[in-house]
Design a protein around this ligand. Structure first.
Ligand SMILES: [Zn+2]
Length: 445
Protein backbone atom coordinates (compact mmCIF):
# COMPACT_ATOMS: atom_id res chain seq x y z
CA UNK A 1 0.00 0.00 0.00
CA UNK A 2 1.45 3.36 -1.00
CA UNK A 3 1.32 5.78 1.91
CA UNK A 4 1.52 9.46 1.13
CA UNK A 5 3.65 11.73 3.28
CA UNK A 6 0.75 13.56 4.86
CA UNK A 7 -0.56 10.30 6.24
CA UNK A 8 2.57 9.40 8.12
CA UNK A 9 1.87 11.42 11.29
CA UNK A 10 -1.60 9.90 11.52
CA UNK A 11 -0.20 6.44 11.01
CA UNK A 12 2.37 7.00 13.72
CA UNK A 13 -0.34 8.06 16.11
CA UNK A 14 -2.39 5.01 15.26
CA UNK A 15 0.60 2.67 15.57
CA UNK A 16 1.55 4.14 18.94
CA UNK A 17 -2.02 3.80 20.11
CA UNK A 18 -2.09 0.22 18.85
CA UNK A 19 1.00 -0.70 20.85
CA UNK A 20 -0.55 0.77 23.94
CA UNK A 21 -3.91 -0.85 23.53
CA UNK A 22 -3.27 -3.84 21.35
CA UNK A 23 -6.30 -5.79 20.33
CA UNK A 24 -8.63 -2.81 19.98
CA UNK A 25 -9.27 -3.65 16.35
CA UNK A 26 -9.85 -7.30 17.07
CA UNK A 27 -12.80 -6.57 19.35
CA UNK A 28 -15.78 -8.59 18.14
CA UNK A 29 -13.73 -9.41 15.04
CA UNK A 30 -14.96 -6.18 13.49
CA UNK A 31 -12.65 -4.56 11.02
CA UNK A 32 -11.70 -0.93 11.54
CA UNK A 33 -11.24 1.45 8.65
CA UNK A 34 -10.08 5.04 8.98
CA UNK A 35 -10.96 7.52 6.24
CA UNK A 36 -9.04 10.75 6.01
CA UNK A 37 -11.40 13.28 4.42
CA UNK A 38 -9.97 16.49 2.94
CA UNK A 39 -13.45 18.02 2.89
CA UNK A 40 -16.48 16.45 4.49
CA UNK A 41 -20.04 17.29 3.51
CA UNK A 42 -21.75 15.29 6.21
CA UNK A 43 -25.31 15.38 4.84
CA UNK A 44 -26.86 17.52 7.55
CA UNK A 45 -24.49 20.40 8.46
CA UNK A 46 -24.99 23.66 6.61
CA UNK A 47 -21.25 23.97 5.93
CA UNK A 48 -18.56 21.47 4.95
CA UNK A 49 -15.82 20.54 7.44
CA UNK A 50 -12.15 20.42 6.50
CA UNK A 51 -9.66 17.67 7.36
CA UNK A 52 -11.80 15.13 9.15
CA UNK A 53 -11.11 11.59 10.26
CA UNK A 54 -13.91 9.05 9.93
CA UNK A 55 -13.54 5.89 11.99
CA UNK A 56 -15.55 2.91 10.78
CA UNK A 57 -16.04 -0.21 12.83
CA UNK A 58 -17.65 -3.06 10.92
CA UNK A 59 -20.52 -1.58 8.91
CA UNK A 60 -21.11 1.50 11.07
CA UNK A 61 -19.43 4.86 11.52
CA UNK A 62 -18.02 5.00 15.03
CA UNK A 63 -16.46 8.46 15.17
CA UNK A 64 -16.01 11.59 13.10
CA UNK A 65 -13.20 13.80 14.37
CA UNK A 66 -11.15 16.77 13.27
CA UNK A 67 -7.72 15.58 12.19
CA UNK A 68 -6.06 17.34 15.18
CA UNK A 69 -7.89 14.90 17.46
CA UNK A 70 -6.30 11.87 15.79
CA UNK A 71 -5.03 10.63 19.17
CA UNK A 72 -8.55 9.40 19.79
CA UNK A 73 -8.48 7.22 16.70
CA UNK A 74 -8.35 3.52 17.52
CA UNK A 75 -5.61 1.46 15.99
CA UNK A 76 -4.17 -1.97 15.78
CA UNK A 77 -2.91 -4.42 13.25
CA UNK A 78 -5.22 -4.59 10.30
CA UNK A 79 -6.60 -1.08 10.63
CA UNK A 80 -7.08 0.08 7.07
CA UNK A 81 -6.32 3.70 6.24
CA UNK A 82 -8.15 5.20 3.28
CA UNK A 83 -6.67 8.47 2.13
CA UNK A 84 -9.30 10.78 0.68
CA UNK A 85 -7.45 13.88 1.85
CA UNK A 86 -7.62 15.50 -1.57
CA UNK A 87 -11.27 14.64 -2.10
CA UNK A 88 -14.72 15.75 -0.98
CA UNK A 89 -16.37 13.04 1.07
CA UNK A 90 -20.15 12.74 1.37
CA UNK A 91 -22.72 10.27 2.68
CA UNK A 92 -23.79 7.61 0.19
CA UNK A 93 -26.41 9.16 -2.09
CA UNK A 94 -30.08 8.17 -2.04
CA UNK A 95 -32.31 8.10 -5.11
CA UNK A 96 -35.89 8.07 -3.82
CA UNK A 97 -37.49 7.19 -7.15
CA UNK A 98 -36.02 4.45 -9.33
CA UNK A 99 -37.16 1.54 -11.49
CA UNK A 100 -34.50 -1.16 -11.69
CA UNK A 101 -36.84 -3.25 -13.87
CA UNK A 102 -37.09 -0.55 -16.54
CA UNK A 103 -34.30 0.20 -18.97
CA UNK A 104 -35.35 3.49 -20.57
CA UNK A 105 -36.31 1.69 -23.75
CA UNK A 106 -36.25 3.97 -26.75
CA UNK A 107 -39.83 4.37 -28.05
CA UNK A 108 -38.43 3.54 -31.48
CA UNK A 109 -37.37 0.16 -30.11
CA UNK A 110 -40.78 -0.71 -28.71
CA UNK A 111 -40.70 1.48 -25.61
CA UNK A 112 -42.50 0.29 -22.53
CA UNK A 113 -44.66 -2.42 -24.09
CA UNK A 114 -41.78 -4.51 -25.35
CA UNK A 115 -40.61 -5.14 -21.79
CA UNK A 116 -43.86 -6.80 -20.78
CA UNK A 117 -44.63 -8.51 -24.09
CA UNK A 118 -41.29 -9.79 -25.31
CA UNK A 119 -38.91 -9.98 -22.37
CA UNK A 120 -39.19 -12.89 -19.96
CA UNK A 121 -38.82 -12.31 -16.25
CA UNK A 122 -35.41 -14.01 -16.02
CA UNK A 123 -34.06 -11.67 -18.68
CA UNK A 124 -35.58 -8.66 -16.95
CA UNK A 125 -34.21 -9.75 -13.57
CA UNK A 126 -30.74 -10.21 -15.07
CA UNK A 127 -30.89 -6.65 -16.41
CA UNK A 128 -32.21 -5.39 -13.05
CA UNK A 129 -29.05 -6.71 -11.38
CA UNK A 130 -27.06 -4.54 -13.79
CA UNK A 131 -29.28 -1.53 -12.95
CA UNK A 132 -28.65 -2.08 -9.26
CA UNK A 133 -24.92 -2.26 -9.88
CA UNK A 134 -25.07 0.93 -11.95
CA UNK A 135 -26.71 2.75 -9.03
CA UNK A 136 -23.92 1.69 -6.68
CA UNK A 137 -21.17 2.53 -9.19
CA UNK A 138 -22.60 6.05 -9.42
CA UNK A 139 -22.53 6.50 -5.65
CA UNK A 140 -26.18 5.77 -4.92
CA UNK A 141 -25.90 3.42 -1.95
CA UNK A 142 -29.66 3.47 -1.28
CA UNK A 143 -32.62 3.53 -3.62
CA UNK A 144 -36.36 3.53 -3.15
CA UNK A 145 -37.48 1.46 -6.13
CA UNK A 146 -41.05 2.46 -6.85
CA UNK A 147 -42.41 -0.55 -8.69
CA UNK A 148 -41.30 -3.24 -11.09
CA UNK A 149 -43.57 -2.56 -14.10
CA UNK A 150 -45.01 -6.01 -14.53
CA UNK A 151 -42.12 -7.91 -12.94
CA UNK A 152 -44.06 -8.76 -9.77
CA UNK A 153 -41.95 -8.82 -6.62
CA UNK A 154 -38.70 -8.93 -8.57
CA UNK A 155 -37.38 -5.95 -6.61
CA UNK A 156 -37.89 -7.79 -3.34
CA UNK A 157 -35.85 -10.65 -4.82
CA UNK A 158 -33.04 -8.40 -6.05
CA UNK A 159 -32.97 -6.69 -2.65
CA UNK A 160 -32.59 -10.06 -0.95
CA UNK A 161 -29.78 -11.13 -3.29
CA UNK A 162 -27.94 -7.87 -2.51
CA UNK A 163 -28.45 -8.23 1.24
CA UNK A 164 -27.13 -11.77 1.14
CA UNK A 165 -24.08 -10.68 -0.83
CA UNK A 166 -24.73 -12.58 -4.06
CA UNK A 167 -24.71 -9.43 -6.20
CA UNK A 168 -23.47 -5.89 -5.61
CA UNK A 169 -26.08 -3.17 -5.30
CA UNK A 170 -27.54 -0.44 -3.14
CA UNK A 171 -29.85 -0.84 -0.17
CA UNK A 172 -33.29 -1.20 -1.71
CA UNK A 173 -36.60 -0.01 -0.34
CA UNK A 174 -38.91 -2.02 -2.56
CA UNK A 175 -42.51 -1.46 -3.57
CA UNK A 176 -43.26 -4.47 -5.75
CA UNK A 177 -46.20 -4.33 -8.12
CA UNK A 178 -47.86 -0.93 -7.41
CA UNK A 179 -51.57 -0.24 -7.74
CA UNK A 180 -53.85 1.51 -10.23
CA UNK A 181 -57.38 1.08 -11.59
CA UNK A 182 -58.99 -0.28 -14.74
CA UNK A 183 -58.10 2.23 -17.46
CA UNK A 184 -55.29 3.53 -15.28
CA UNK A 185 -52.13 1.82 -16.52
CA UNK A 186 -50.46 0.14 -19.54
CA UNK A 187 -50.53 -2.17 -21.34
CA UNK A 188 -53.30 -0.39 -23.18
CA UNK A 189 -54.41 0.63 -26.63
CA UNK A 190 -54.80 -2.94 -27.87
CA UNK A 191 -57.96 -4.45 -29.37
CA UNK A 192 -60.70 -4.69 -26.71
CA UNK A 193 -61.01 -8.40 -27.52
CA UNK A 194 -57.50 -9.10 -26.23
CA UNK A 195 -56.96 -6.30 -23.71
CA UNK A 196 -58.15 -8.35 -20.73
CA UNK A 197 -55.62 -11.08 -21.58
CA UNK A 198 -52.64 -8.71 -21.59
CA UNK A 199 -50.26 -8.20 -18.68
CA UNK A 200 -50.46 -4.90 -16.80
CA UNK A 201 -47.59 -2.90 -15.42
CA UNK A 202 -49.32 -2.73 -12.02
CA UNK A 203 -51.91 -4.57 -9.92
CA UNK A 204 -55.34 -3.32 -11.04
CA UNK A 205 -58.02 -2.75 -8.42
CA UNK A 206 -61.57 -1.45 -8.57
CA UNK A 207 -63.31 -0.64 -5.33
CA UNK A 208 -62.05 -0.24 -1.76
CA UNK A 209 -62.27 -3.97 -1.00
CA UNK A 210 -59.95 -4.88 -3.85
CA UNK A 211 -57.74 -1.93 -2.96
CA UNK A 212 -57.24 -3.09 0.60
CA UNK A 213 -56.71 -6.68 -0.52
CA UNK A 214 -54.02 -5.61 -3.00
CA UNK A 215 -52.23 -3.62 -0.30
CA UNK A 216 -52.36 -6.62 2.04
CA UNK A 217 -51.00 -8.94 -0.64
CA UNK A 218 -48.18 -6.57 -1.47
CA UNK A 219 -47.23 -6.04 2.16
CA UNK A 220 -47.40 -9.78 2.75
CA UNK A 221 -44.97 -10.26 -0.14
CA UNK A 222 -42.40 -8.04 1.50
CA UNK A 223 -42.74 -4.56 0.05
CA UNK A 224 -41.35 -1.67 2.10
CA UNK A 225 -43.59 0.92 0.44
CA UNK A 226 -46.83 0.73 -1.52
CA UNK A 227 -46.86 2.73 -4.74
CA UNK A 228 -50.17 4.03 -6.05
CA UNK A 229 -50.86 5.74 -9.37
CA UNK A 230 -53.32 8.56 -8.66
CA UNK A 231 -53.26 10.02 -12.19
CA UNK A 232 -52.64 8.42 -15.56
CA UNK A 233 -53.11 10.03 -18.97
CA UNK A 234 -52.45 13.74 -19.39
CA UNK A 235 -53.25 16.23 -22.14
CA UNK A 236 -53.86 19.92 -22.77
CA UNK A 237 -57.42 21.30 -22.81
CA UNK A 238 -58.68 23.95 -25.24
CA UNK A 239 -57.22 26.72 -23.11
CA UNK A 240 -53.86 24.99 -23.04
CA UNK A 241 -54.13 23.85 -19.41
CA UNK A 242 -52.66 20.55 -18.34
CA UNK A 243 -55.33 17.97 -17.47
CA UNK A 244 -54.66 14.59 -15.86
CA UNK A 245 -57.01 11.64 -15.68
CA UNK A 246 -57.63 10.67 -12.05
CA UNK A 247 -57.53 6.96 -11.22
CA UNK A 248 -58.36 5.75 -7.70
CA UNK A 249 -61.29 7.22 -5.82
CA UNK A 250 -60.72 8.63 -2.35
CA UNK A 251 -62.39 5.58 -0.84
CA UNK A 252 -60.03 3.26 -2.72
CA UNK A 253 -56.95 5.24 -1.73
CA UNK A 254 -58.06 5.58 1.89
CA UNK A 255 -58.44 1.80 2.18
CA UNK A 256 -54.84 1.39 0.97
CA UNK A 257 -53.38 4.13 3.16
CA UNK A 258 -55.23 2.83 6.21
CA UNK A 259 -53.90 -0.69 5.63
CA UNK A 260 -50.32 0.38 4.89
CA UNK A 261 -50.13 2.75 7.85
CA UNK A 262 -51.40 -0.06 10.05
CA UNK A 263 -48.28 -2.00 9.03
CA UNK A 264 -46.27 1.16 9.89
CA UNK A 265 -45.28 1.58 6.26
CA UNK A 266 -45.85 4.35 3.76
CA UNK A 267 -47.62 5.11 0.51
CA UNK A 268 -45.94 6.81 -2.46
CA UNK A 269 -48.34 8.39 -4.93
CA UNK A 270 -47.65 9.12 -8.56
CA UNK A 271 -49.50 12.37 -9.35
CA UNK A 272 -49.36 14.95 -12.10
CA UNK A 273 -52.03 17.51 -11.19
CA UNK A 274 -55.72 18.28 -10.69
CA UNK A 275 -58.35 15.98 -9.25
CA UNK A 276 -56.05 12.97 -8.79
CA UNK A 277 -53.52 15.08 -6.93
CA UNK A 278 -56.25 16.46 -4.67
CA UNK A 279 -57.45 12.93 -3.89
CA UNK A 280 -53.85 11.88 -3.16
CA UNK A 281 -53.58 14.63 -0.56
CA UNK A 282 -57.06 14.13 0.91
CA UNK A 283 -56.46 10.36 1.02
CA UNK A 284 -53.24 10.75 3.01
CA UNK A 285 -50.40 9.86 0.63
CA UNK A 286 -47.01 10.14 2.32
CA UNK A 287 -45.07 11.26 -0.76
CA UNK A 288 -46.14 12.88 -3.99
CA UNK A 289 -44.08 11.68 -6.94
CA UNK A 290 -43.56 14.09 -9.87
CA UNK A 291 -46.23 16.67 -8.88
CA UNK A 292 -46.05 18.56 -12.17
CA UNK A 293 -48.57 21.24 -11.22
CA UNK A 294 -48.88 22.09 -7.54
CA UNK A 295 -51.38 24.82 -6.72
CA UNK A 296 -50.87 27.12 -3.74
CA UNK A 297 -53.66 25.22 -1.97
CA UNK A 298 -51.90 21.90 -2.71
CA UNK A 299 -48.67 23.28 -1.24
CA UNK A 300 -50.45 24.55 1.88
CA UNK A 301 -52.00 21.12 2.37
CA UNK A 302 -48.64 19.38 1.88
CA UNK A 303 -47.08 21.62 4.53
CA UNK A 304 -49.95 20.96 6.93
CA UNK A 305 -49.84 17.19 6.43
CA UNK A 306 -46.05 16.89 6.19
CA UNK A 307 -46.28 15.37 2.72
CA UNK A 308 -43.02 14.75 0.88
CA UNK A 309 -42.38 15.92 -2.68
CA UNK A 310 -40.16 13.86 -4.97
CA UNK A 311 -40.15 15.99 -8.12
CA UNK A 312 -38.06 13.88 -10.58
CA UNK A 313 -37.31 16.84 -12.84
CA UNK A 314 -34.85 15.40 -15.37
CA UNK A 315 -36.97 12.60 -16.74
CA UNK A 316 -39.44 15.11 -18.19
CA UNK A 317 -36.76 16.25 -20.61
CA UNK A 318 -36.39 12.89 -22.34
CA UNK A 319 -38.58 11.56 -25.13
CA UNK A 320 -40.42 14.78 -26.04
CA UNK A 321 -42.84 14.31 -28.94
CA UNK A 322 -42.36 16.71 -31.93
CA UNK A 323 -43.14 20.32 -31.01
CA UNK A 324 -46.06 20.84 -33.40
CA UNK A 325 -48.05 17.80 -32.19
CA UNK A 326 -50.57 17.76 -29.29
CA UNK A 327 -48.31 15.35 -27.38
CA UNK A 328 -45.29 17.54 -28.07
CA UNK A 329 -47.08 20.64 -26.78
CA UNK A 330 -48.14 18.71 -23.69
CA UNK A 331 -44.60 17.49 -23.04
CA UNK A 332 -43.26 21.05 -23.14
CA UNK A 333 -46.10 22.38 -20.99
CA UNK A 334 -45.46 19.67 -18.38
CA UNK A 335 -41.79 20.62 -18.07
CA UNK A 336 -42.66 24.33 -17.82
CA UNK A 337 -45.31 23.75 -15.11
CA UNK A 338 -42.94 21.49 -13.24
CA UNK A 339 -40.30 24.20 -12.84
CA UNK A 340 -42.88 26.58 -11.36
CA UNK A 341 -44.19 23.90 -8.97
CA UNK A 342 -40.70 22.95 -7.84
CA UNK A 343 -39.79 26.59 -7.18
CA UNK A 344 -43.01 27.30 -5.29
CA UNK A 345 -42.64 24.16 -3.16
CA UNK A 346 -39.01 24.98 -2.38
CA UNK A 347 -39.85 28.54 -1.39
CA UNK A 348 -42.72 27.42 0.82
CA UNK A 349 -40.53 24.88 2.65
CA UNK A 350 -42.16 21.67 1.41
CA UNK A 351 -40.05 18.62 2.29
CA UNK A 352 -38.25 17.71 -0.94
CA UNK A 353 -36.39 14.44 -1.53
CA UNK A 354 -34.14 13.73 -4.49
CA UNK A 355 -35.58 11.25 -6.99
CA UNK A 356 -34.92 10.66 -10.66
CA UNK A 357 -37.21 8.04 -12.22
CA UNK A 358 -34.09 6.38 -13.66
CA UNK A 359 -35.23 3.37 -15.61
CA UNK A 360 -37.63 5.82 -17.27
CA UNK A 361 -34.33 6.86 -18.85
CA UNK A 362 -31.36 4.57 -19.41
CA UNK A 363 -29.28 3.32 -16.50
CA UNK A 364 -26.28 4.22 -18.65
CA UNK A 365 -27.19 7.91 -18.30
CA UNK A 366 -26.09 9.82 -15.24
CA UNK A 367 -28.45 9.48 -12.29
CA UNK A 368 -26.82 12.56 -10.78
CA UNK A 369 -27.96 14.75 -13.68
CA UNK A 370 -30.96 15.53 -11.44
CA UNK A 371 -28.70 17.61 -9.17
CA UNK A 372 -27.95 19.92 -12.11
CA UNK A 373 -31.67 20.43 -12.78
CA UNK A 374 -32.43 21.17 -9.12
CA UNK A 375 -29.67 23.75 -8.94
CA UNK A 376 -30.55 25.22 -12.35
CA UNK A 377 -34.09 25.81 -11.06
CA UNK A 378 -32.86 27.59 -7.94
CA UNK A 379 -32.02 25.08 -5.23
CA UNK A 380 -28.67 25.75 -3.51
CA UNK A 381 -26.20 22.89 -4.12
CA UNK A 382 -26.04 22.04 -0.39
CA UNK A 383 -29.83 21.71 -0.25
CA UNK A 384 -29.81 19.50 -3.35
CA UNK A 385 -27.15 17.29 -1.71
CA UNK A 386 -29.19 17.11 1.50
CA UNK A 387 -32.30 16.20 -0.53
CA UNK A 388 -30.31 13.15 -1.67
CA UNK A 389 -28.88 12.36 1.75
CA UNK A 390 -30.34 13.32 5.14
CA UNK A 391 -33.71 14.45 3.75
CA UNK A 392 -34.20 11.29 1.70
CA UNK A 393 -33.21 9.27 4.78
CA UNK A 394 -35.96 11.05 6.69
CA UNK A 395 -38.45 10.11 3.96
CA UNK A 396 -37.35 6.49 4.46
CA UNK A 397 -37.61 6.75 8.26
CA UNK A 398 -33.85 6.13 8.44
CA UNK A 399 -32.74 9.48 9.83
CA UNK A 400 -29.41 9.23 11.58
CA UNK A 401 -28.74 5.83 10.02
CA UNK A 402 -28.53 6.73 6.34
CA UNK A 403 -27.71 9.96 4.53
CA UNK A 404 -25.25 11.27 7.12
CA UNK A 405 -21.60 10.81 7.97
CA UNK A 406 -22.05 10.74 11.74
CA UNK A 407 -21.47 8.33 14.61
CA UNK A 408 -23.97 5.48 14.56
CA UNK A 409 -24.83 5.76 10.87
CA UNK A 410 -24.22 2.97 8.38
CA UNK A 411 -20.84 3.35 6.75
CA UNK A 412 -22.21 4.32 3.34
CA UNK A 413 -19.71 6.89 2.09
CA UNK A 414 -18.78 8.33 -1.30
CA UNK A 415 -16.22 10.81 -2.56
CA UNK A 416 -15.62 13.06 -5.55
CA UNK A 417 -12.37 14.72 -6.53
CA UNK A 418 -13.75 18.27 -6.97
CA UNK A 419 -16.08 20.56 -5.02
CA UNK A 420 -19.78 19.78 -5.62
CA UNK A 421 -20.76 23.00 -3.85
CA UNK A 422 -19.03 24.93 -6.65
CA UNK A 423 -20.17 22.61 -9.43
CA UNK A 424 -22.88 20.18 -8.44
CA UNK A 425 -22.21 18.20 -11.61
CA UNK A 426 -19.11 16.85 -9.85
CA UNK A 427 -21.56 14.34 -8.40
CA UNK A 428 -21.80 12.80 -11.86
CA UNK A 429 -18.26 11.49 -11.32
CA UNK A 430 -18.26 9.69 -8.00
CA UNK A 431 -14.77 8.20 -7.59
CA UNK A 432 -15.08 6.35 -4.28
CA UNK A 433 -17.96 4.24 -3.01
CA UNK A 434 -18.19 2.45 0.31
CA UNK A 435 -21.38 0.64 1.30
CA UNK A 436 -21.89 -1.02 4.64
CA UNK A 437 -18.23 -0.48 5.53
CA UNK A 438 -16.96 -2.24 2.40
CA UNK A 439 -15.16 -0.39 -0.37
CA UNK A 440 -16.95 -1.04 -3.65
CA UNK A 441 -14.78 1.23 -5.77
CA UNK A 442 -11.87 3.55 -5.21
CA UNK A 443 -10.40 5.53 -8.08
CA UNK A 444 -8.71 8.02 -5.76
CA UNK A 445 -5.77 5.96 -4.51
ZN1 LIG B 1 -41.53 6.35 -11.74
Amino acid sequence: MAICKQLLPLLLVITAFAQEKSGVSAKNGEQIKVIRAGTLIDGSSAQPHRNQIIVIRGNRIEKVLPEQAAEAVPGGPGVEIIDLSRATVLPGLIDSHTHIFLQGEDPAEGGYDVQLLKYGLAYRAARATVSARRALEQGFTTIRDVETEGAGYGDVGIKRAIEQGYIPGPRIFASGRAISTTGGYPLEGYAPEIESTLPKGVQIIDGPVQARKAAREQLDNGVDWVKVYMTHRSWLDKQGNLVSQPTLTMEELKAIVDEVHGWKKKVACHVYNGEGLQRALDGGCDSLEHGLELTDANIAQMLKQGTWYVPTLSVYYSWWAPEDTPAGKRDRKRAAMHIISFQKAMKAGVKIAFGTDVGGFSWNDSIAQEFGRMVEFGMPPMSAIQAATSRAAELLDMQGELGVVAPGAYADIVAVSGDPLKDVNELKSVKFVMKDGKVFKNELQ
